[in-house]
Ligand binder design. Sequence first.
Ligand code: ADP
Ligand code: MG
Length: 237
Amino acid sequence: LPPLPEKSPIGRLPDGTFSRYAGAEKFSQLPLSKKTKDGLNQAKYKKMTDIQRASLPHSLCGRDILGAAKTGSGKTLAFIIPILEKLNRSRWGPEDGVGCIIMSPTRELANQLFNVLKSVGKYHGFSAGLLIGGRKDVDEEKVHVNSLNILVCTPGRLLQHMDETPNFDCSGLQVLVLDEADRILDVGFKKELNAIISQLPKHRQTFLFSATQTKSVQDLARLSLKDPEYLSVHEES
Ligand code: ADP
Ligand code: MG
């Protein structure tokens, strides 16, 4: 599997190349940047889990993903890796601002995936922020939020910034992730989510990952998914 040039002018692999990587079993077989490979190696990630194997060849080609796999199956890396690769390939830098938003239904889960991002993304130069309620002073966050490249947040806190932070800018958004999408799309978050989505650029890559497949057409239309790849993985254990 020949690796593609690390810095391609487009933020993704060319269309159709996913089939070349469909049989890959290890991260080392994927056309990933050295920075990402080093981060994975350092964290001792070698073999892909089923949801990673199924989704990465598609997500690295720029496709939207609707992925379902049970808890503990490795969904976090299935979206963190293509985020790092997309920003890296498009040479995202400090002056480019917010390039990715990852939404999580709870502070606890946001915190967990922020740690995975920090560990696997440590060799990249991107800045990332954890925007969750409660812990930190929101006024302090407001000063820095526009200079962050990757936002890991709960819907409530993100909306608070959209409402209150002067010049909060996500017009350059490249990737939107809804982790535990079924829980975020749940009635409890519907109002927040509608308000958030209406303020995000439509031309972007979107990943929805959850333990159960989200099929509500209304939900998907609202999220403006483009010809998404539906992946449902049930690992034998
Ligand atoms: P999910 O989001 O599907 O519930 P996580 O992404 O939280 O699952 O991963 C569950 C556990 O599996 C974590 O401890 C993570 O470090 C581990 N893990 C994920 N991918 C791999 C992999 N490719 N190889 C080994 N362990 C992995
Ligand atoms: Mg998870």
